[in-house]
Ligand binder design. Structure first.
Ligand code: FEO
Length: 171
């Protein structure tokens, strides 16, 4: 059964939102580069790759269901921030917003009685729980000991080792 227009539209919007998230995190990565924080920049670049993989996972699904993917322009993102903490607080807020967008996609799929899309979106619902938790953990670390000096240096060092693992391919 082909995807309904309503589900197609909301998933197209979500594809754009995932690319926008990717763009936001890449902007944050470049900010960290300019501040000489290579580890935090690396963490954000991996985040960029994750968001891109989310968009690709979703557009592959729309195509698989016989829908039409329309790539809209990606809106501009911020380029400057006040502190490391403010970046991660914004990231946390943004991920909470993405969670509400994903929930909205699920609501539309339920309204349309599109069980395949409800199933498909479950992966994103679970992913959002992980994303919020990992960012919240970083905020706690920053508040405890990382806002300056040695703590921040240690976190930057640790984040140099983060690598992208394409979880969209895992079951
Ligand atoms: Fe694709 Fe961070 O949500």
């Amino acid at each position: 059964m082909a995807i309904s227009k309503k589900v197609e539209d909301i998933l197209n919007k979500q594809i754009n939102a995932e690319f926008w998230s990717a763009y936001l995190y890449l902007s944050m990565a470049n900010y960290f580069e300019s501040e000489g924080m290579a580890g935090f920049a690396n963490w954000m670049k991996v985040q960029f790759q994750e968001e891109t993989s989310h968009a690709i996972k979703m557009l592959d699904y729309v195509n698989e269901r016989g829908g039409r993917v329309i790539l809209e322009p990606i809106a501009a993102v911020e380029t400057d921030w006040d502190s490391v903490l403010s970046i991660f607080e914004e990231t946390y807020k943004h991920e909470q917003h993405v969670t509400s967008l994903i929930n909205n996609c699920v609501d539309v799929a339920i309204e349309e009685k599109d069980h395949a899309s409800v199933n498909f979106l479950k992966w994103f619902v679970d992913e959002q729980v992980e994303e919020e938790a990992s960012v919240s953990e970083i905020i706690d670390q920053l508040k405890m000991f990382g806002c300056q000096g040695n703590g921040l240096y240690m976190m930057d060092k640790e984040f140099r080792t983060r690598t992208f693992v394409d979880e969209t391919k895992a079951e």
